[in-house]
Design a protein around this ligand. Sequence first.
Ligand SMILES: [Zn+2]
Length: 117
Amino acid sequence: MKYMDAPAGQGHACCCRHPPFRFVDYDSVELGEDSRGAEVSLATCKSCGAIWLKYFIDEPHYPRSGRWWRVEIAAADASAMSAAAARECVERSREGFAGGSFFDSHGHAITAPIKVR
Ligand SMILES: [Zn+2]
């Protein structure tokens, strides 16, 4: 998949920046699982073109363990992104969103330091 940066100045009021997020608003590409079993995907906003890296952890044996993080990444990073690199990329980000039953949240803004746990 070829990624392009979203046009500058667009998208700040976009649905992809205001939770709750809806799956149908994105073109998603699954990158697979990392070594911890987290599901990694890239979701490109259909409205503004922003590219979001999503890192999702669900431990079926533990109730309310579902949790996810999503951060915006540049097109160059998206093209080279892999499941193995996702966690570090999320934790390196200055801001993003997190949510899931673990947080009892449909999505809330987060800022650095971002810690995936
Ligand atoms: Zn958007």
